[in-house]
Structures are given as structure tokens and as C-alpha cells.
Design a protein around this ligand. Structure first.
Ligand SMILES: *[C@@H]1O[C@H](CO)[C@@H](O)[C@H](O)[C@H]1NC(C)=O
Ligand SMILES: *[C@@H]1O[C@H](CO)[C@@H](O)[C@H](O)[C@H]1NC(C)=O
Length: 333
């Protein structure tokens, strides 16, 4: 199993066009980022996620792993957790020493950036542990030993040879990946159940933007406030999906929900009869459908008109008042 596949897992739910989109995979992944500025200055920070929720963080400055979620200890006892934390603490310091050793052995240049990505997925069971150097995937743990990545430079073979001589570490890695990780994740699925199963319905609204082409409209369908992340949005004409629909990135709202917009560039005469359709787990079978009725003037234009009218009104009011006042003074004199 290569290391590309677990990225694919994350891309797949974002893909659209099929109802399988709404299926969720529960992947637990840890990311370690180590920056070596020079031979004596470095830092290592780490993060962990269960699905799309961040569960742990571990700063270089800290001796202990922090729980981002109150349920992040899973069903492990405090004693088990302390034991695990000790293993990671020893790993962190020996990792630093080893990398500095490799840098000397292979005369690597500073600064160096190393990233470790590891974790597991339950149902179906998969495990992974990959290492990237300066942003390139160079090696991974496969079954019982370390292997170079397909495009890795030659000198990685030397690193692999040294790493694979360390039987103890290899056994620990196997134990962590194959036994501890799935056991821990099953516990997290239990303790974090209510948050993991949280469902928030999306709201949607339509607007339009000036299109680059003359005689064209850019229809915008905004979908916001939904959770979890997988969502399907499409511009439709009747039952016909409009292939020109452009989907933006799914962006975070401030309240742990998501926002997405889907745009469609159409000839001005063809906008009537179009609708934006949204599918999301929270909606069940009841898709959200918004019909384009042509009255969605862009907010900017409305604001401008309102402001101008308001200004004009004030001007007339002021002028009338002033003229009246003047004439009343004149009456006095
Ligand atoms: C290493 O980098 C740190 C931070 O940039 C700097 O303060 C220190 O002097 C550097 N040490 C060496 C030996 O270059
Ligand atoms: C990171 O932690 C190590 C070990 O505690 C320490 O030696 C190092 O100076 C720290 N790095 C930074 C940038 O604080």
C-alpha cells in the first residue's frame, strides 16, 4: 500500500456526481512537522485528527500531548495514556537525534523540513506511516519494514538500511499501527460519538455576479452552515445536471460548520428555469432546491441604489428646511 491512497480517501468524499459522496470514512491521522534550522536549532510539533475534527496537538515546548477535544483520551485509562505518551516522548527526542545523525552522514544541507504522517482507518482496517523530506514523500512503513518511495533519491536506500537494522523500533511501529491505533480509534468513536454524529442542516441562497462575458450572467448558489463536510451542490435544469457548474473550495465558518458556493456562467436569456440543488446527510432524502427567478439583483447594486436614493432624500429634505428657515428669517426682517 503506497502513501498516495490515504490522500485519495480525503479527495474522494469531495468528489461529486454520485450519491456515495455522502458516505463517511473514519480516518485517524497524526501529522508531525519537524523543522531543522541548523545543526543545533530545531522544533517538532504535532497534530491529530479524527475525520475532520482535530483531537490532539503537541507543541515543541510541551512535554505532554494536549487534548483538543475533551473526549480525546478515548477509552484508554490514564495509566495507558501516560504509557503511550512516554513512548512518543522518547520517540520525539530520538527522532531529533537520528535526523541530526543522518544529516551528518549524508551531508544534508540545512534548513530541513520533515513531515511524518501516520494513522489508521477502522472499517475497513488500513494503516499508514509515511515520511516526507523537503515536501517530497521519501519513505514509508510497509507491513514489517521501511521502504523507499517510488521516486525517492538513491541516498534514501542508505537511510532505509540503517532504519531496518533497528528491530526494536520496527516492532514498536508495528504494534502502534496494527494494535494500538485501531483500539484507540474505536474508543474515540465511542467517547466522541455525539460530536462525530453531529448533523447541521445547510442554508442556501442565490445571488448573481457580473460575468466577464457580455450578455452573460454568473449565477451563484451559496450553501452555508452545514456539518459534516461532505456535500453535493449542482445547478440543474429540471433533472439535468449543468456540467458547467463550478464548485469553490469548502471553507470553514467560525462555528465549526462549512460554507461552499457553486457558480454557473449562463447566457442572460437562459437563466430562467435553472435551480440549485443541495444534497447533505442532515437533509435525508429531502434535497434543498432553490429556483432562479431572475430577481436576484446583486447585493452591490442594491446597496448603491439605496445609498444614492437615501442621499438624494436627505439633500432634498435639508434644502427644503433651509429654504423654509431662510424665508421665515426674511419674514422677520
Ligand atoms: C541556529 O539558528 C538559530 C535561530 O535562527 C540561531 O539563533 C543560531 O545562532 C543558529 N546556530 C548556528 C550554530 O548557526
Ligand atoms: C524544541 O524542543 C527541544 C527539546 O525540548 C529544545 O531543545 C529546542 O530548543 C526546542 N526548539 C525551539 C525552537 O524552541
Amino acid at each position: 500500500m503506497g502513501c498516495g491512497w490515504f490522500l485519495l480517501l480525503w479527495v474522494l468524499p469531495q468528489a461529486w456526481g454520485s450519491s456515495e459522496v455522502l458516505r463517511r470514512s473514519v480516518l485517524f491521522r497524526c501529522l508531525q512537522i519537524s523543522s531543522f534550522t541548523n545543526s543545533s536549532w530545531m522544533r517538532t510539533d504535532a497534530l491529530a485528527w479524527l475525520g475532520e475534527l482535530q483531537t490532539h496537538s503537541w507543541s515543541n515546548a510541551s512535554d505532554t500531548i494536549s487534548f483538543v477535544k475533551p473526549w480525546a483520551q478515548g477509552t484508554f485509562s490514564s495509566q495507558q495514556w501516560v504509557h503511550l505518551q512516554n513512548i512518543f516522548r522518547v520517540f520525539r527526542s530520538s527522532f531529533t537525534r537520528d535526523i541530526q545523525g543522518f544529516a551528518k552522514m549524508l551531508s544534508l544541507e540545512y534548513p530541513m523540513e520533515l513531515q511524518l504522517s501516520g494513522g489508521c482507518e477502522v472499517h475497513p482496517g488500513n494503516v499508514f506511516l509515511c515520511v516526507a523530506y523537503q515536501g517530497e514523500h521519501i519513505l514509508s512503513f510497509q507491513g514489517t519494514a521501511w521502504e523507499p518511495a517510488p521516486q525517492a533519491p538513491q541516498r534514501v536506500d542508505l537511510v532505509i538500511k540503517v532504519l531496518n537494522q533497528d528491530q526494536g523500533t520496527r516492532e514498536s511501529v508495528q504494534w502502534l499501527l496494527n494494535d494500538i491505533c485501531p483500539q484507540y480509534v474505536n474508543g474515540l468513536l465511542e467517547t466522541g460519538k455525539s460530536e462525530l454524529e453531529k448533523q447541521v442542516k445547510p442554508e442556501a441562497w442565490l445571488s448573481r455576479r457580473p460575468s466577464p462575458g457580455p450578455g452573460h450572467l454568473l449565477l451563484v448558489c451559496h450553501v452555508s452552515g452545514f456539518y459534516p463536510k461532505p456535500v453535493w451542490v449542482m445547478w440543474m435544469r429540471g433533472e439535468q445536471e449543468q456540467q458547467g457548474t463550478q464548485r469553490g473550495d469548502i471553507l470553514p465558518n467560525g462555528d465549526e460548520t462549512w460554507y461552499l458556493r457553486a457558480t454557473l456562467d449562463v447566457a442572460a436569456g437562459e437563466a430562467a428555469g435553472l435551480a440549485c440543488r443541495v444534497k447533505h446527510n442532515s437533509l435525508g432524502e429531502q434535497d434543498l432546491v432553490l429556483h432562479w427567478d431572475g430577481s436576484h439583483t446583486s447585493v452591490g447594486v442594491v446597496l448603491l441604489v439605496v445609498t444614492c436614493l437615501g442621499f438624494l432624500f436627505m439633500l432634498i429634505l435639508g434644502l427644503t428646511f433651509w429654504i423654509r428657515k431662510r424665508s421665515s428669517y426674511e419674514d422677520f426682517l
